[in-house]
Write a protein that binds this ligand. Structure first.
Ligand code: FES
Ligand SMILES: [Fe+2]
Length: 354
């Protein structure tokens, strides 16, 4: 039996990075809806339309732009930026139903967010924020990997970082990650799960040793903030062991890294894994940027391989298998509850904490 987590349709999802959307046509599938994305000449806005021509279903992402209009690559039906068909071949009369769906878009924090559900409920003010992605004071490296797994498996993966010790040992994992207990806080109303793990005296994994230059034991904090369904933030603090933040809350002797994921269900058993690492140190050091990009990509691929494997194992196993959950799963279980509620609520968007 395939493992599937129901989709919450009336929510914002990341379809792309802002830098991926330009004057070419980009095809992406979100919640099973094929989309074509591009940027207009007129005002530089990102546009998301259905990626299927109304005539014979040809993918518009495999077609071409004429100004801000898409000309279908098969027989030339032409659509404006609102999805309205403005030209058909061989006749003057354009059928009244000749239009493709257009989806609300918000560009914010380096992400292109789209709304697949009821457009009347799309409130741009409810898009969760990740300001470090695109603000002075931070340098960000980013990428995206498609995974052939239920998006719920990626949520599980990210909410329980004890797997770093085993799956990512020698990269970002050390024994202390799995050994240190977590605290979990759940804000059901806002749809936010927080999982924290503060290690006072830990080994420094290569990811931080090489990027920060810190030698010896470290204080390592991992504070997860998951805004269901799509945005995952991991606030990471690394400092030489025994160095606390200042009494006034400032923290000049620590290295801060914001690890951001956008978890976008593409279809059943398929998810886009958008990942980014933002840092507040060595900001213009290109070597640190490429090191962090390469190492994090390796780590992401370790997760991708594990999740692909897990999805196949779940699909071929006997039906009705029982999971066994322990303390480390508290955050993941809370996230599943919230996702189930958001999917069930259907037409009611979640009220966001601002
Ligand atoms: S399929 Fe697009 S014009 Fe025929
Ligand atoms: Fe991982």
């Amino acid at each position: 039996m395939p493992h599937t987590t129901a989709f919450a349709r009336n929510q914002w999802y990341v379809a792309a990075y802002t830098y991926e959307v330009g004057r070419g046509l980009l095809g992406r599938t979100v919640l099973g809806e094929p989309l074509v994305l591009y940027r207009t000449e007129e005002d530089g806005a990102a546009v998301a339309l259905s990626d299927r021509c109304v005539h014979r279903y040809f993918p518009l992402s495999e077609s071409r732009l004429d100004g801000d209009r898409i000309v279908c690559g098969y027989h030339g039906f032409t659509y404006d930026r609102t999805g309205t068909c403005v030209r058909v071949p061989g006749q003057k009369r354009i059928p009244r139903t000749a239009r493709v769906a257009s989806y609300p878009v918000v560009e914010q924090d380096l992400f292109v967010w789209v709304w697949i559900g009821d457009p009347a409920l799309a409130d741009p003010g409810s898009v969760p924020r990740a300001p470090h992605m695109d603000s002075p004071g931070w340098t960000t490296v980013s990428g995206m990997e498609p995974v052939d797994a239920d998006y719920g498996l990626l949520v599980d993966n990210l909410l329980d970082l004890s797997h770093e010790t085993y799956l990512h040992g020698g990269y970002i994992g050390t024994p202390e990650v799995a050994e240190t207990p977590i605290t979990t806080e759940v804000d059901e109303g806002a749809g936010v799960v927080r999982v924290s793990r503060h290690m006072d005296d830990a080994e420094c994994p290569p990811f931080y040793a090489r990027s920060t230059g810190v030698r010896g034991r470290i204080t390592r904090w991992q504070d997860i903030e998951y805004h269901a369904p799509c945005l995952y933030l991991l606030h990471s603090r690394v400092a030489p062991a025994g160095v606390p933040p200042e009494a006034d809350g400032s923290d000049p002797n620590a290295f801060h890294t914001e690890i951001t994921y956008a978890i976008t269900p593409s279809g059943e058993g398929a998810v886009y894994d958008f990942w980014a690492v933002s840092r507040d140190f060595a900001r213009s050091d290109d070597e640190v940027s490429s090191f962090m990009r390469d190492l994090n990509h390796t780590v992401v691929m370790q997760d991708v391989d594990a999740l692909n494997l897990l999805q196949r194992a779940l699909a071929t196993g006997r039906t009705g298998h029982q999971e066994l959950s322990i303390n480390i799963d508290t955050g993941g279980l809370a996230a599943r509850r919230i996702l189930a509620r958001l999917a069930e609520e259907g037409d009611k968007p979640v009220e966001r904490a601002r």
